[in-house]
Design a protein around this ligand. Structure first.
Ligand code: PLP
Length: 395
């Protein structure tokens, strides 16, 4: 059975060009980049090139790139590394829709005596900037807000936020794991201090990430050991993956326009097609600026898990809520924060596209989904044809 992969916000296919570029670094070119001999030295040169390719995607200087193992590590390093550098400040601001890599750190920080403010979002998933302004105090060490949401694709105005945060003397970190490679980023023109990126969201392998650290930003590393990454993240470099990430970043630069035109057209076709045929659906974050590849759609009065199982039988891969929360039957924390009604949050599906999708696949999904929804609604105790929108929002 052909697989139609529409779960690219969970992870992406490693691009064949990335695999090809990595291959020699497992076999012939296995030297340690820190070695004195030229066999290792040639690897060091390639690492530097990958650093330049990565910096170019972010509009950063290569010296501001720190390679890590994943987005989660980058988020942890940014937050822990900043707070350790400002021990006198005990206040942190995040949002209620952050990824668990940030949200669960916040829980840990609260236990450790920090005050954590979680900013709310509106029904479209937009951040309340007034609440942010009011929350910033002289005790605020840092603000960590995602660039784009993994479930809805809603984009926060992080450049504007960075200016606001810096004007109050706090540090600003953004989790750009979903944004990087999908929308243009130019850190030279922004005041963002730290940014997290993850390779497996942009066609590089799982197990490689980046922490961008603005030149001069105070940072206390929590991986301490050798001198790698200028002593900011010790441990022998994951050479093949770093080389692969560099190529993936280069490809993302080359394909940015395609992502924002062809991929967006496919996403919009899927969205409009489903909305015009299936009753009682709505788009989560549809009224906000969104990533070009992401569609979070709620089918009222049915279970997302059941939809996923039936899609799976057709070879269609999607997600209910975020992949990290789909093991749980609770509606996702993101949809709850947006006040999506309970009956709709449960029936939410995330389709996330990539460069590798085509129109034929979208047509297949458009033909496959409506009968699934009809079948599930026919056996749903809550569904009556012509049912109007429900009132109760989930808490
Ligand atoms: N941040 C966001 C917004 C994500 O979507 C993810 C992964 O889903 C992460 C962080 C964690 O990245 P990684 O899987 O590389 O640890």
């Amino acid at each position: 059975m052909k697989v139609i992969y529409l779960d690219n916000n969970a992870t992406t296919r490693v691009d064949p060009l990335v695999v090809e570029a990595m291959q020699p670094y497992f076999s012939e070119l296995y030297g340690n980049p820190s070695s004195m001999h030229s066999f290792g030295g040639q690897v060091a040169q390639k690492l530097q090139f990958a650093r330049e390719q990565t910096a170019a995607l972010l509009g950063a200087d290569p010296s501001e790139i720190i390679f890590t193992s994943c987005g989660t590590e980058s988020d942890n390093a940014a937050i822990k590394g900043t707070l350790a550098s400002y021990p006198e400040k005990k206040h942190v601001i995040i949002s209620r829709v952050e990824h668990p890599a940030v949200l669960n750190q916040a829980k840990y920080l609260t236990k450790a005596g920090y005050k954590v403010t979680e900013l709310g979002v509106d029904r479209e998933g937009r951040l309340n900037l007034e609440q942010l302004k009011k929350s910033l105090t002289d005790d605020t060490a840092m603000v960590s807000l995602m660039w784009a949401n993994n479930e809805t694709g809603v984009v926060f105005p992080v450049e504007e936020i960075a200016e606001l945060v810096k004007s109050r003397g706090a540090v600003f970190h953004t989790d750009a794991v979903q944004a990087a490679g999908k929308i243009p980023i130019n850190l030279k023109k922004s005041q963002i201090d730290f940014l997290s990126l993850s390779g497996h969201k942009l066609h590089a392998p799982k197990g490689i990430g980046v922490l961008y650290k603005r030149k001069g930003a105070r940072f206390t590393p929590f991986m301490v050991g050798g001198h790698q990454e200028r002593g900011l993240r010790s441990g022998t470099e994951n050479v093949p993956y770093i080389i692969g990430l560099g190529v993936a970043c280069q490809l993302a630069v080359d394909r940015m326009e395609d992502e924002n035109t062809r991929v967006k057209v496919l996403r919009d076709k899927l969205e409009k097609g489903l909305m015009s045929v299936v009753p009682n659906v709505f788009i989560n974050g549809g009224g906000a600026p969104r990533l070009p590849n992401t569609l979070s759609i709620s089918f009222e009065y049915i279970e997302g898990e059941s939809i996923l199982l039936m899609l799976d039988k057709l070879g269609i891969c999607a997600s209910s809520g975020s992949a990290c929360t789909s093991g749980s039957l609770e509606p996702s924390h993101v949809l709850r924060a947006m006040g999506v009604p309970f009956t709709a949050a449960h029936g939410s599906i995330r389709f996330s596209l990539s460069y590798f999708n085509n129109e034929e696949e979208i047509d297949f999904v458009l033909a496959g989904v409506p009968p699934i929804i009809e079948k599930l609604r026919a056996i749903s105790p809550f569904w009556k044809p012509g049912t109007s929108r429900p009132a109760a929002a989930c808490s």
